[in-house]
Design a protein around this ligand. Structure first.
Ligand code: GDP
Ligand code: MG
Length: 175
């Protein structure tokens, strides 16, 4: 949850989306500044902490990564319970993953937390030649559902820092 005093925010951040969309890669790019071209899914759930300093606040993210349970298209609600922010990821080269992202958005919206900061992310933006989901499609779905939207690439680092900064700003009430 979003706890702490005014200028010192601690926020649980979860990632949802199909397996293979690049959730772990986005986190590793953000936390370690690296891209790993491995094929294996996360083995064991992982937890990362990272601080972002804004002018008006410091935001400490507690990032929960999955252990690949998303393969079964279900995640225990305890995974996202108490989350202050959620990244819902799809792969721009997979229309199926975009469809699944919409399901995750609906599931989160059913939790009924109006303060949840939710971002829709179209990852693998470096694979333009294989693109199946137009930027406009992601953009308009996000707009209709009141989500922030970005296309990222964990591989080239495109928009990855921006993604976490935008979430931090929203948590700090700066947007
Ligand atoms: P997760 O299952 O959602 O956690 O996805 P992973 O982070 O494990 O990534 C799945 C595969 O996609 C791995 O082989 C990654 O190297 C690759 N991948 C992740 N992000 C990107 C990206 O932005 N661009 C490209 N080209 N490949 C990516
Ligand atoms: Mg993973």
């Amino acid at each position: 949850a979003r706890t702490g005093t005014n200028n010192n925010i601690q926020a649980k951040l979860v990632l949802l989306g199909d397996m293979g969309t690049g959730k772990t890669s986005i986190v590793l790019r953000f936390v370690k500044g690296q891209f790993f071209n491995y094929q294996e899914s996360t083995i064991g759930a992982a937890f990362f902490s990272q601080v972002i300093s804004l002018n008006e606040a410091t935001v400490k993210f507690d990032i929960w990564d999955t252990a690949g349970q998303e393969r079964y298209h279900s995640l225990a609600p305890m995974y996202y319970r108490g989350a202050a922010a959620a990244i819902v990821a799809y792969d721009i080269t997979s229309m199926d993953s975009f469809g699944r992202a919409k399901k995750w958005v609906q599931e989160l919206q059913r939790q009924g937390n109006p303060n949840l900061v939710m971002v829709l992310v179209g990852n693998k933006a470096d694979l333009e030649a294989k693109r199946k989901v137009d930027t406009k499609e992601g953009e308009s779905y996000a707009q209709e559902n009141g989500l922030y939207f970005l296309e990222t690439s964990a591989k080239t680092a495109q928009n990855v820092n921006e993604l976490f900064y935008e979430i931090a700003k929203r948590l700090a009430g700066a947007c």
